[in-house]
Each structure stands twice: as structure tokens, then as C-alpha cells.
Ligand binder design. Structure first.
Ligand code: KE4
Length: 435
């Protein structure tokens, strides 16, 4: 399938309308094509590994709504759960059995997780987790890592990844100097940079928050040694270690990154897959910490639609399907196949490329350097990525519109989708290098 898609006129006219009433015409800057140029595409349908845009063009989808659709779009088990729930109630603003079931399932699955609080987004989960860590420890500072993204909470918009990198600035105006001063930034995979911050701020650090497998500077896994030493350092200093698994939770393994690295954090945050494509986030941890959250303890956190039945049944159906299917070995094999083939074809076309992957999330960095932190990730040729992105898009493959994001494979990406994707990637690389 190397013919290019024919028309985007409906997308273009929708984008024109959208820009009049929505900033940038998008409800999240990550969708705005800021890093790759051109106009975002408007979609109308999705099924399995495929998207259909408003002009009827079809695309193989490697964004998967930024991670939730590990089972592909519209898994029948999720749809059936939603259909049944729709007829009963979508939200009560009061407790329901369903949120107890989802919370029980997550705490049963995840090592070291005694209690969770359900919220409506990953940002709410991470914001709440650091407020709780501050309330529990009585300390004010946090450590994050350059290139990691933890949602748009003020404390995190300092040297962050994901959409911020598409705007050319890793920090945001509007964050007060006082807030920024409480966020210390270390270098990913560099334990000495963390030790230095602890030495300079001894007794003041409430939490270290990290994506155990970075996904927002592109895929950059932490090394085993780094994560193990980070655990030791936090334990020594009485600092809460938070794994932000909004992206990696239930993505890289059913029991998350903690089960892969055998490193147990004090708290963990979730989003994306836990809601099966509907708005659910969660934060949780050891009982002694979680019981500081209101109404049991004094740390306040609340939410109108937290744990709402409609979103929760989508998450429950997704997690139960993952338990039943155990798709992780197959997803890992698909990811390996894709990464190996991309690396081979880049080499054949004499294109510098580094492939980072963990399970079904991967990134091709157009650099000849190994990528193990933010600085090495940003050595990539982002203009080359932009050309590659549009070449793929024009031929019906929808990649994340930024060098600094993860591609997501799902159980719906079959041999045919992988074959078509690789055939198209080969022709796009060939066209770029010969132009
Ligand atoms: P949300 O508030 O977007 O649900 O979650 C924020 C978040 C927190 N932590 C991690 C590790 C995340 O990856 C995210 C959100 N991920 C980005 C994509 N890399 C969401 C895309 C967007 O912002 O539109």
C-alpha cells in the first residue's frame, strides 16, 4: 500500500473552524503537529489497529490514543461492558461496587500496592501523589527527571517531556517561581545527579517521581542499576519513591514496571490503560501513606467523576482481558519484529537510527548515538523525523507527531499491519534519502 491518501479537505475545514474556538484547534498540544509541521487530522472512527479520518482515509494507528488501546480500538469485551452499563447509570457522585472491584483488582495485581484512589486523568493522579507525599513527609521539595512528563500539574512543567518538547520549550510560563523552586531536576539514568540534589537539599525532599521506563522523551528505559540505587537512596533519606506508570502501567507487563525491575516504589500512578480509553487515573501506595488522604487523613483530594461507573467498566473489562489473554509475550515479539526491521532498513538506507523498545512501546530515534537520557534523545534529527512522519502519514500510517513520543502496538496489530507498515517505512526512507 504505497499510494498516498487523496484528500484531507474535511479535516482542513474542521481545523479552520476549531482554531476559532479552541486554542490551536486542539484540546491537547501533543495533537497539534507542532513538532512535525502541517495540520492535525480529524478522525471519526476507529476499530482494531485502524483509524478512519473525516475524509474516509484509513490509517494504521501507532498512537492508540497515547497508550490506552493495548487491545486495539473497540475490543468487543470493552464495548459490551459499556453497553450494559450505559443502560444502568453513567455516574452517581456516590460510591458504587464497580469502583471497589477495579480498586481490588489493581491492588491484587500490583506488588506493594495496598490502597488506591481513583481519579479522572494521569495528571490528577500525579498531582495528588506529590501532594500526598508532601503531606505525609512534611517536606516541600520533589525531584523529577529531565525529559520525563507527569502531566500538566504546575510542579511538573519544568524540563518536562511530551507535548512541551513540541513547543520548543521544556518549561511553561504561569508556573510561579515558588513552585518551580520546589521542583529539583535530575538527569535520567544518572544516580550521581540525584545524590547531589539530596546532598544539597538534605531532609527537604518529599518525593522522587520517575517514569521507570521513560516514554515522553521517546522510549528510554531506566537501567536496572539506576532504579535499584534510586530505591536505596529514597529509603535512606525517608523520601517517597513514586513510579509514574500512567503510560507503562499494564502496558509493559500486567504487574507493571515494578515487576520487571523487581523494584517496589512507595507510590504508583496510573492512567490510560486503567480506563480502557475512558477517563480513569489512579494513585496508590502503602496503606500507612494512603491513609493520610482525606477523609481518613488531612491531605485533601477530590473529584466529581472520580471512579464513575461508565469509565470504570471500560477499565475493568480491559484489565480482565489482559489477565485472561496474557498478550505480553506476543506483544513483545511484535515489538521486537518491528524494531529489528526498522533498524535493519535504516542501516540499509544508511540512515542513522537508534531503536529503543520495551515490550510493545518503541521509538526510532534518528541519531547514531545510544539514547539513555534527555540529552542523548535530543541529539536526534527532528527534521528528519518530521519528513519520515509525513511520509508515513501520507501513505496511511499514523505515528505520534513527535520524535519524543512512544509508538504503541496493540494486540490488533497483526502480521498484515506490520507488513504494510514496514513496506511503507522502507519506501519512505528510500524516498527521503534519494531526494
Ligand atoms: P493525562 O493527564 O494526559 O491523562 O496523563 C498525564 C501523564 C502522566 N504521566 C505520564 C507518564 C504520561 O505519559 C502522561 C500523558 N502522556 C501524554 C503522551 N505522552 C498524553 C498526551 C497528551 O498530553 O495529549
Amino acid at each position: 500500500m504505497t499510494e498516498t491518501i487523496d484528500s484531507r479537505k474535511t479535516s482542513a475545514s474542521l481545523f479552520k473552524r476549531a482554531k476559532e474556538i479552541i486554542p490551536g484547534g486542539v484540546n491537547s498540544p501533543a495533537r497539534a503537529f507542532g513538532a512535525v509541521g502541517g495540520d492535525p487530522i480529524f478522525f471519526q472512527e476507529a476499530k482494531g489497529a485502524w483509524l478512519t479520518d473525516v475524509d474516509g482515509n484509513r490509517f494504521i494507528d501507532y498512537v492508540g490514543s497515547w497508550g490506552p488501546f493495548i487491545l486495539g480500538h473497540g475490543d468487543e469485551r470493552v464495548l459490551e461492558a459499556l453497553r450494559l452499563q450505559l443502560e444502568k447509570a453513567t455516574s452517581f457522585g456516590a460510591p458504587s461496587e464497580l469502583e471497589v472491584e477495579l480498586s481490588e483488582l489493581v491492588t491484587e495485581l500490583i506488588p506493594g500496592l495496598d490502597m488506591v484512589r481513583l481519579v479522572s486523568s494521569g495528571t490528577e493522579a500525579t498531582m495528588s501523589s506529590i501532594r500526598l507525599a508532601r503531606g505525609y513527609t512534611g517536606r516541600g521539595k520533589i525531584i523529577k527527571f529531565e525529559g520525563c512528563y507527569h502531566g500538566h500539574g504546575d510542579s511538573f512543567l519544568i524540563k518536562a517531556g511530551s507535548g512541551l518538547l513540541t513547543l520548543g520549550t521544556p518549561s511553561s510560563p504561569g508556573v510561579t517561581p515558588g513552585t518551580a523552586a520546589d521542583t529539583l531536576v535530575a538527569t535520567f539514568n544518572d544516580i550521581e545527579s540525584v545524590k547531589a540534589l539530596f546532598a544539597e537539599n538534605d531532609g527537604e525532599i518529599a518525593a522522587v517521581i520517575i517514569e521507570p521506563i521513560g516514554g515522553n522523551m521517546g522510549v528510554v528505559p531506566a537501567t536496572q542499576e539506576f532504579l535499584s540505587k534510586l530505591r536505596e537512596l529514597c529509603t535512606t533519606h525517608g523520601t517517597i519513591l513514586i513510579f509514574d506508570e500512567v503510560m507503562t502501567g499494564f502496558r509493559v507487563a500486567l504487574k507493571g514496571a515494578a515487576s520487571l525491575y523487581k523494584v517496589i516504589p512507595d507510590m504508583v500512578t496510573y492512567g490510560k490503560i486503567i480506563g480502557g480509553g475512558l477517563p480513569v487515573g489512579a494513585y496508590g501506595g502503602k496503606r500507612v501513606i494512603m491513609e493520610v488522604v482525606s477523609p481518613v487523613g488531612p491531605v485533601y483530594q477530590a473529584g466529581t467523576l472520580s471512579g464513575n461507573p461508565l469509565a470504570v467498566v471500560a477499565g475493568l473489562a480491559t484489565l480482565r482481558a489482559l489477565q485472561d489473554d496474557d498478550p505480553y509475550p506476543v506483544l513483545d515479539k511484535k515489538g521486537e519484529q518491528m524494531a529489528t526491521a526498522l533498524k535493519e532498513m535504516a542501516t540499509r538506507h544508511d540512515v542513522p537510527a537508534t531503536l529503543n523498545r520495551l515490550g510493545s512501546m518503541l521509538t526510532i530515534f534518528f541519531t547514531d548515538k545510544p539514547v539513555y537520557d534527555f540529552a542523548s534523545a535530543t541529539s536526534s534529527d527532528t527534521s528528519f523525523f518530521a519528513r519520515f512522519f509525513h511520509g508515513m502519514l501520507d501513505r496511511g500510517v499514523y505515528l505520534p507527531p513527535s520524535q519524543f513520543e512512544a509508538w504503541f502496538l496493540s494486540t490488533s496489530h497483526g502480521d498484515e499491519e506490520l507488513r504494510q507498515t514496514l513496506e511503507i517505512a522502507d519506501s519512505v526512507l528510500s524516498e527521503i534519502v534519494s531526494s
